[in-house]
Design a protein around this ligand. Sequence first.
Ligand SMILES: NC(=O)c1ccc[n+]([C@@H]2O[C@H](COP(=O)([O-])OP(=O)(O)OC[C@H]3O[C@@H](n4cnc5c(N)ncnc54)[C@H](O)[C@@H]3O)[C@@H](O)[C@H]2O)c1
Length: 360
Amino acid sequence: MDLRIAVLPGDGIGVEVVDASMRVLDVVAGKFGHKVHAEFADVGWAAIDKHGTALPASTREICKRNSAILFGAVGLPDRDQTLPQKERPERVALLELRKGLYANLRHVLLPPGLASRCPLKMELIQRGIDIMIIRELTGGLYYGQPQGISGASPDRKAIDTLAYSESEISRILKVGFETARKRRKRLTSVDKANILATSQLWRELATAMGKQYPDVQLEHMYVDNASMQLLRRPSDFDVIVTENTFGDILSDEASMLAGSIGLVPSASLGEPGADGTSSVPFYEPIHGSAPDIAGQNKANPVATILTVAMMLNYTFGLSKEAAAIEKATFAVLNAGKILTGDLGGKSTCSEVTDAVIAGL
Ligand SMILES: NC(=O)c1ccc[n+]([C@@H]2O[C@H](COP(=O)([O-])OP(=O)(O)OC[C@H]3O[C@@H](n4cnc5c(N)ncnc54)[C@H](O)[C@@H]3O)[C@@H](O)[C@H]2O)c1
């Protein structure tokens, strides 16, 4: 198969971790008889310095004509401060490239060999942690209208609107059920149906859709309870599906359970052509550009390597190839000998990458 990918390393460690993951991808593609067509493009400060903007037209074009986008990270805090909020690279590049992508998936997996890196007590994580969090990304409080601050002090008023349509809720619930079906067949739908109208509609639609997925065990959970249960009994969660704001908070909370921000991959998915947009699936590690360790070969490449595995799975349907990457990566982590500094090791980004490739 031809794997056509737009590759946007961006700033800081984005460059190192994307390079590492592309090395892994090349080896897997070679082993399984695929051809990688990677088109590299500038984004973030790397693009501002060359083209005067964080997302040049040439980069948009490259993204549009490929089947997937592999993204490193953008932003450099010292330089970001010199720009107004809305012109900062993270805002400009991420908002634009993720437009129309309504499903954000984060895979939080604690390798058993790294259990001591998890902030929870051993007795709470004995059965392991492997959670796929699915956050709705294009609706809810972030986009609802009216929104803003009006009036004069001290009588100003602020308003945000939480709105969801049936179709927006149904399409993300479907991603939840389909994902659960391919995993351990448990779906936790998180809402606040005791208070919010949007959550009441959400719960009604989830219950109805559950009838089409008799093989998936559906449970409903209030968001306040979910934030507590994630820390009390994380092993019980398989797939979590929730709306934008709840997902923003819960996915950050859950990411901590993996042991390091350098281990968590993510995907943002939509339906190509839906809403008149041609949304290209967007894959990135959840971490930023980490300027404190950039350019020193210290970054943990695992999140980006696992991001490539997600890309093979979700965009190209290559589950065996994805599984091969995951197996080789977790073997390295579980062995506990070749680890980067964020995991208490002394190995470099290149050494971890070499070890994963050796395992392939
Ligand atoms: N999607 C994105 O592009 C994205 C996401 C988050 C932050 N950012 C940007 O990145 C810049 C730095 O942000 P930050 O410092 O808040 O977050 P960060 O994720 O870059 O770093 C937070 C801490 O985690 C460490 N870390 C992160 N990834 C690591 C890895 N792979 N291996 C080892 N250690 C790792 C860093 O060294 C740092 O100590 C900012 O400009 C921010 O706006 C971009």
